[in-house]
Design a protein around this ligand. Structure first.
Ligand code: FAD
Length: 392
């Protein structure tokens, strides 16, 4: 089948890889003019990590990633409040864990398909005619084209979802926080392989040292209503408003952020849909069921969904309605549970009150004790689902 995939992030190229392996002809359509760079660092583990192993990219992912040693919480004066080793977490995943820049993971996945699939960069789908025998697509730049199926892998603000499933309003659940991230050159201090966090009520800023003398900053802040995204100035204004009065390194971090070329700014939201397909249109990854950064495993879930969707299309010999139904039956409630447990993490990222901050500190201190770390890790990394085998 000719299958159009909107979005060359994590889910899109994973899906393209498995579809091509199964003998289909996928076409990736990416709005950005080239693969996106910069962004933020993710924890990559779980069933998605196993999908990466099956794609033969584990070694490349580990090489591009970082063997993070610990998470450190500091106070306004920079004094250590708690430091948790990530060893227990690494062991709980059986070593199937990497901390890696999202864009580096996306590049490794894309490298596995780049020679086998057509990719159209710098374009976007503008219309979907979801017919009984095929799907007609119109594009912002390219001429109209016909496909057998179209899959939205275009992230939290998915165009395919909007065109095929109606406006975002009913699907997006704003979780009451904004997130910003950026990478800057030459920042000091570095604290190699340590994820350093500083919290004030309702806000967290974190830094992590990257290779080539770069540093990643991640900011999460609570707010009642979403702040308009899409403008660097809006992001900078928000950062100064929320973190301008902060202690620790806030003043020098804000000064460094002002020099960054690549500022990521978005709402912390989930996507909740009863169905992930309509006719010949289906969704994967954040487009279908964004769990938000609070879940800490959106990439793994995106890869799992892409793999199972391709596998079901293969297992049903291309009977798409049956394949889409099986895909949803296998994964929908599993993913909704992940989304539900992510909601409980908002206090960890950005505790709202002094009491909340104190409890967070207490929790981190408790996690310094190996038995408690083991217990937490096993609970956090346990998956009830076994990755299905498909002969692709
Ligand atoms: C700050 C932050 C921290 C996170 N931390 C973690 C973590 O620790 N662990 C983890 O597993 N996950 C984490 N996540 C979540 C993770 O990044 C996502 O779940 C994952 O990237 C989803 O992959 P995706 O392919 O569905 O979407 P994306 O990675 O967002 O890719 C979507 C792609 O579609 C493209 N696109 C968008 N619109 C269009 C269009 N109209 N036409 C064509 N292309 C389009 C985009 O340019 C992009 O390339 C984090 C997220 C954030 C924001």
């Amino acid at each position: 089948m000719r299958i159009a995939i909107s979005g060359a992030g994590i889910a899109g190229p994973t899906l393209a890889y498995w579809l091509a392996r199964a003998g289909h002809v996928p076409t990736l359509i990416e709005r950005a003019p080239a693969l996106r760079t910069g962004g933020y660092v993710i924890d990559f583990w779980g069933l998605g990590y196993q999908v990466a192993q099956r794609m033969g990219i584990e070694a490349a992912v580990r090489e591009a990633g970082y063997q993070v040693q610990s998470l450190r919480a500091v106070d306004a004066a920079g004094h250590r409040q708690a430091q948790v080793s990530v060893d227990a977490f690494r062991r709980a995943t059986g070593g199937r864990y990497a901390a890696i820049a999202r864009s580096d993971l996306a590049a490794e996945i894309y490298a596995a398909v780049a020679n086998d699939v057509e990719t159209v960069f710098g374009d976007t789908i503008t219309g979907i005619d979801n017919g009984p025998a095929s799907v007609g697509l119109t594009f912002a730049r390219a001429p109209d084209r016909e496909f057998d199926l179209v899959i939205g892998a275009d992230g939290l603000h998915s165009t395919v979802r909007e065109l095929g499933f109606g406006s975002a309003a009913g699907h997006e659940r704003f979780l009451g926080a904004m997130v910003a991230a950026c990478v800057v050159d030459g920042y000091r201090p570095r604290d190699e392989l340590t994820y350093v966090t500083y919290n004030i009520p309702g806000r967290q800023v974190a830094r992590f040292a990257l290779r080539d003398d770069r540093t990643l900053f991640l900011f999460v802040g609570r707010c009642d209503n979403p702040v308009a995204i899409g403008h660097v100035d809006a992001c900078l204004a928000w950062l100064h408003r929320e973190f301008g009065g902060g202690g620790w390194e806030c003043p020098q971090i804000l000064a460094a952020v002002g020099r960054s070329q690549d500022l990521y700014f978005d709402t912390v939201s989930q996507i909740r849909l009863d169905r992930w397909s309509r006719g010949r249109v289906a969704l994967v990854g954040d487009a279908a069921a964004c769990p938000s950064l609070l879940a800490g495993e959106g990439t793994g879930l995106a890869m799992l969904e892409a793999y199972v969707l391709a596998g079901e299309l293969h297992a049903t010999q291309g009977r798409h309605a049956e394949a889409f139904a099986n895909y949803e039956r296998r994964l929908h409630s599993f993913v909704v549970e992940k989304q539900d447990s992510a909601l409980r993490m908002v206090g960890f990222f950005a505790a709202e009150t002094k009491l909340g901050l104190w409890l967070r500190r207490l929790g981190l201190r408790a996690a310094q004790l190996p038995p408690i770390a083991r217990l937490l890790a096993v609970r956090a990394f346990r998956d009830e689902l076994v990755l299905p085998d498909y002969p692709m």
